[in-house]
Design a protein around this ligand. Structure first.
Ligand SMILES: [Zn+2]
Length: 111
């Protein structure tokens, strides 16, 4: 099913190849429907399947993980999965900088 008008603003849709960035890595150029008016980008479903495959090949897929908050002394502790730790090359004993980005996000910055 080809989209011809933008669902957001009714603008004209053009199909172009654009870079797809996932977790900071460029997965390559993929066909994308772009609204000429509001510039909303929508990747067609079949293209998204291709993107998913490339992400899987690069070991980038499935890095998001649920974790329960535990407690160590007066502090709370969150476990980081091996997959995520390996992806960012995080090792035991390494020093990191932790700060809240906003009320819903905490950033762990590797040095
Ligand atoms: Zn639009």
């Amino acid at each position: 099913m080809e989209r011809t008008a933008c669902e957001e603003c009714g603008g004209k849709i053009v199909r172009r190849k654009v870079d797809y960035i996932y977790l900071g890595e460029n997965l390559g150029k993929f066909e994308c429907d772009i609204c000429t008016s509001c510039h909303e980008q929508v990747f067609p479903e079949k293209v998204f399947n291709k993107i998913e495959n490339v992400a899987k090949e690069k070991g980038l897929w499935g890095l998001s993980a649920k974790s329960k908050v535990g407690q160590v002394g007066n502090s709370v502790a969150v476990t980081i999965s091996k997959k995520i730790a390996d992806f960012v090359n995080l090792k035991k004993g390494q020093e990191v900088n932790i700060y809240p980005q906003d009320k819903r996000k905490i950033v762990i910055e590797l040095k």
